[in-house]
Design a protein around this ligand. Structure first.
Ligand code: MN
Length: 233
């Protein structure tokens, strides 16, 4: 250990990349709220094209696909949200929509796990969403697929099954704010860079999980995200 550190630095958060031995180091995790009209409605909101809004998760919220995560503490209503995750591979600052996709490294299936009871309680009081959204194992992410291998986003289905039953089923065409629009907008507020991830929002059909549930999320063209919900720890 370095003489200059009072304790060991946390290890970097690394995502596997399909078909490659190199890994992808995660910097920040941005998440978009209410980006599918049918999901906005089920949460009690009308579609709003005024501007996208965001929350964040720490990189340490990452959980790899394929394992088991403990049912999180402090909630009676933990929900799944299946999402397309965009992984940046280069800088983007004040970029136009037309240049935004130059910054994309690849894509992944992700689950924005949410303590819905805590999120809604915070929302009603006008408080931040951190307890509802930014907790350990709340960002489950499958291995990345590079942009060339993923192909065009248009028309790709996004789906989530719980114990074999389809719960969410939509198309990436249903995104209110498209991927280039999101990158362009977010780049007006941050010096985006390689390692930054964007969870692009969830379609309708969100719901609770319980111990023993097996979740499998798919988007055509990339690796599925799979997770089992374990006992509370
Ligand atoms: Mn979400």
């Amino acid at each position: 250990m370095s003489d200059h550190l009072v304790f060991a630095a946390p290890p970097p958060v690394l995502l596997p990349i399909a078909g490659r031995s190199e890994q992808y180091p995660v910097n920040r995790i941005f998440c978009v709220g209410r980006n599918y009209a049918e999901h906005a409605k089920e949460m009690g909101f009308e579609v709003d094209r005024e501007a996208p809004f965001y929350f964040t998760k720490p990189a340490s919220a990452y959980a790899p696909s394929g394992g088991t995560i403990a049912y999180p503490p402090g909630t009676q209503n933990c929900h799944y949200e299946m999402e397309l995750v965009v992984a940046l591979g280069g800088p983007a600052y004040k970029v136009s929509k037309d240049r935004a996709m130059d910054a994309v490294f690849g894509y992944a299936c992700g689950l924005d796990m949410t303590r819905r009871d805590l999120q809604i309680a915070a929302r009603e009081k006008g408080r931040p969403w951190d307890l509802g959204k930014a907790f350990e194992n709340s960002a489950v992410i499958a291995p990345l697929t590079e942009a060339d291998g993923f192909g065009p986003l248009a028309g790709k289905p996004i789906e989530l099954k719980v114990n074999g039953e389809t719960k969410q089923n939509a198309s990436l065409d249903d995104l209110i704010w498209s991927v280039p629009e999101l990158i362009s907008h977010l780049s007006g507020f941050y010096h985006l860079k390689a390692g930054d991830l964007i969870f692009t929002g969830t379609p309708a059909g969100v719901g609770p999980v319980k111990t023993g549930d097996k979740l499998i999320g798919t988007i055509d063209g990339c690796e599925p995200v799979e997770i089992t919900i374990g006992d509370a720890d």
